[in-house]
Design a protein around this ligand. Structure first.
Ligand SMILES: Nc1ncnc2c1ncn2[C@@H]1O[C@H](COP(=O)(O)OP(=O)(O)O)[C@@H](O)[C@H]1O
Ligand SMILES: CC(=O)OP(=O)(O)O
Ligand SMILES: [Mg+2]
Length: 411
């Protein structure tokens, strides 16, 4: 792999597509951007290319394929050198079922497994398939690599991933905890080990990824041993629009007593719950913090519940791990919301957590480092970098025969 190699990373969500052109060796970004607000009028594409920020709108019907076409024909066409140095396309795929514990080159069998998992990640896997198809059209000769959110969690022991349901549901239908956000939890684990000066296979952390989706993972000796998301990305923590854990009896009650049909239950739990549902205002943590500071009771309650439920998971993972070297906050909320970190740790003083408020306030917008006092349980903020992990995995899987690979300098 030559020093000028680049990987194009695509992270396709249901209503957005994030893209980045990355040097897999250093993680340096030539280009990063996103197509946003699909299905809500004219989608915007915004990007930063070698430091310059730009933005445009696309026709209302534009989705993943159109954004990828715009990326190829308009944005990347300005830099023929970079296109020549592209060695692979890396795709974030949320659900890979039980089949993948590592990233893989995409072929028909891989596509078919991603299709099989659509029902388990209905907001995410169809979008990844659109991205793979569009990228294949745009770059027919380039290797494409799938990096699965579920892969990092394949190390969980059976007692963590089997639900207390009839065992045949696992045996015959694969119903079990899979866990998501694994690419982020993996990055955070590796980075925490570096910051703590420990070999990665000796680090024990609790990693809280708090974005629009949110999940928390217990990492023992560098491996995921439990995580809050389950069969689907709906279980666990309170999220932007997802409920997280509820009493399963609720579903029966909604159906038998309140006449909800399956589609209504699905929409309610995935799209109308979480921070949005409680606050009746917004799924966006920033908007809720602002509203709560102005006295909005729903916003305050949503933040209170979010932090309380997160603290309960952190406490329970102290029972999962023999030792905790650090609690780590990451994701848009984890990296930026000093309020959420402060409210969460306020529940955990019994476990030795205490914030250094000055450090907590400083940790924003990409700042990395400890936010705990010297004497208390170590708490870190680590900005996640899923794109770099995806780029590294993709570059590492480029076949030696690929036109852009350089067999003499492969790592
Ligand atoms: N400065 C900030 N303060 C509080 N919350 C923030 C801040 N910046 C971003 N967030 C929150 O981060 C969340 C989005 O996280 P992100 O990881 O970008 O999402 P995604 O899961 O879509 O990748 C939103 O709730 C947003 O309000
Ligand atoms: C799995 C998941 O919830 O992903 P995201 O946070 O990107 O929605
Ligand atoms: Mg994210």
């Amino acid at each position: 792999m030559s020093k000028s190699s680049r990987v194009l990373v695509l992270n396709c969500g249901s209503s957005s597509l994030k893209f980045a052109l990355i040097d897999p060796h250093s993680g340096a970004l030539d280009l990063s951007g996103m197509g946003d607000a699909f299905g809500q009028g004219e989608p915007t594409v915004s990007w930063k290319f070698n430091g310059d920020k730009q933005c445009t709108t696309l026709p209302a019907e534009a989705r993943h394929a159109e954004v990828i076409r715009f990326l190829v024909n308009e944005i990347l066409s300005d830099c023929p050198d970079l296109r020549d140095n592209l060695v692979a396309i890396g795709h974030r795929v949320v659900h890979g079922g039980e089949k993948f514990s590592h990233s893989v080159l995409i072929d028909d069998a891989v596509i078919s497994t991603i299709q099989d998992c659509v029902a388990l990640a209905p907001l995410h896997n169809p979008a990844a398939l659109h991205g793979i198809e569009a990228a294949h059209e745009a770059f027919p000769g380039l290797p494409q690599v799938a990096v699965f959110d579920t892969a990092f969690h394949q190390s969980m022991p059976r007692h963590a991933y089997i639900y207390a349901l009839p065992y045949e549901l696992y045996r015959d239908h694969g119903i079990r905890r899979y866990g998501m956000h694994g690419t982020s939890h993996r990055y955070v684990t590796e980075r925490a080990a570096e910051l703590l000066n420990l070999p990665v296979n000796e680090v024990n952390i609790i990693s809280a990824h708090l974005g629009n989706g949110a999940s928390i993972t217990a990492v023992h000796n560098g491996h995921s041993v439990d995580t809050s998301m389950g069969l689907t990305p709906l279980e666990g923590l309170v999220m932007g629009t997802r409920s997280g854990d509820v009493d399963p009896g609720l579903l029966l009650h909604l159906s038998s007593r309140l006449d909800y049909c399956l589609k209504e239950i699905n929409d309610m739990l995935n799209k109308k719950s979480g921070l949005l549902g409680i606050s009746e205002l917004s799924s966006d943590c920033r908007a809720l913090e602002q509203a709560a500071s102005e006295g909005h009771d729903g916003a305050q309650l949503a933040l209170d519940i979010f932090c309380y439920r997160l603290a309960k998971y952190i406490a329970s993972y102290h029972g999962v791990l023999p030792q905790v070297d650090a609690l780590v906050f990451t994701g848009g909320i984890g990296e930026n919301s000093s309020l959420v970190r402060q409210k969460t740790l306020a529940h955990l003083s019994g476990l030795g957590y205490a914030l250094d408020e000055a450090r907590n306030q400083r940790a924003r917008f990409g700042e990395e480092g400890p936010i705990s006092t010297e004497q208390s349980a170590v708490t870190l903020v680590i900005p996640t970098n899923e794109e770099w992990v995806i780029a590294r995995d993709a570059a590492g899987l480029v076949p030696p025969t690929s036109p852009n690979s350089d067999p003499c300098s492969r790592e």
